[in-house]
Design a protein around this ligand. Structure first.
Ligand SMILES: [Zn+2]
Length: 241
């Protein structure tokens, strides 16, 4: 099947909350789900950070026979909060989930600790109607990511927690897919300019499919945590004096 057809079946709800429609409905890292469509055949979770793993939203897309796959570090909470036992995954696997060929690819930061390699978090390469779709998860430009072969790539470009627009373009130029949908950017995460900066660095011949729905303010949710951390630090410093 054509890349164009599969691109038409992919929607990004916000951030990196992705849905692939068609005969098998697949959600990757569903967050911010408005209604409760209960239409997921397969739910894939890349890692257990709040902007990727939301049991509340998984429950909105789940139906009786939905298969959920996630790394081991999310499995306990997933079972507890959704009532569904997930398939646990680790990098480097070849699986068939709901008859969809699924490959797992390591997703990690090379230096920063937020997504350390030892967590064994993943991205996914799915074969949908013969089209290979790579959803990288939160990653840097790693050898594992650069070695992926796919027709469509969905990669983060927001920086801070992942590759920034320039680094993401370098990664995508190495992968050389037919099309790329940049995700994981928004307020406090690359801003409105991120997709333009990303597209400017892409090799000609790679189609940048920029979706206005990706831009979100989800990172505002980390502000209370940051403020609390700073306050705790100030208290600790004052006590040392
Ligand atoms: Zn993350």
């Amino acid at each position: 099947m054509s890349t164009e057809k599969t691109l038409g079946q992919i929607t990004v709800n916000m951030h990196s909350s992705i849905r692939i429609g068609g005969d098998t409905v697949i959600y990757i890292d569903p967050i911010g789900i408005g209604a409760a469509p209960h239409d997921a055949d397969l739910v894939l979770i890349t890692h257990p950070h709040f902007d990727h793993f939301s049991p509340k939203d998984i429950k909105k897309v789940m139906k009786d026979d939905t298969v959920i796959a996630c790394p081991k570090t999310a499995a306990g909470l997933c079972k507890l909060l959704t009532g569904r036992e997930p398939v646990t995954v680790r990098p480097g696997q070849n699986l068939s989930l709901c008859d969809v060929p699924v490959e797992t690819v390591a997703a990690y930061n090379k230096v920063k600790p937020m997504h350390a390699k030892f967590f064994n978090w993943v991205g996914y390469v799915l074969t949908v109607d013969g089209t290979r779709v790579y959803i990288s998860g939160d990653t840097d430009n790693t050898p594992e990511a650069a070695a992926v072969q796919c027709d469509i790539a969905l990669v983060p470009i927001g920086g801070t927690y992942t590759v920034n627009p320039v680094q993401a373009a370098a990664l995508v130029n190495q992968i050389a897919p037919k099309a790329v949908i940049p995700v994981h950017y928004g307020l406090m995460l690359g801003g409105q300019d991120a997709p333009g900066k990303f597209r400017a660095q892409l090799q000609p011949g790679i189609q940048a499919d920029i979706r206005p729905t990706v831009y979100s303010k989800v990172m505002l949710r980390v502000m209370p945590l940051l403020i609390a951390a700073v306050l705790l630090l100030i208290v600790a410093v004052l006590q040392m004096r």
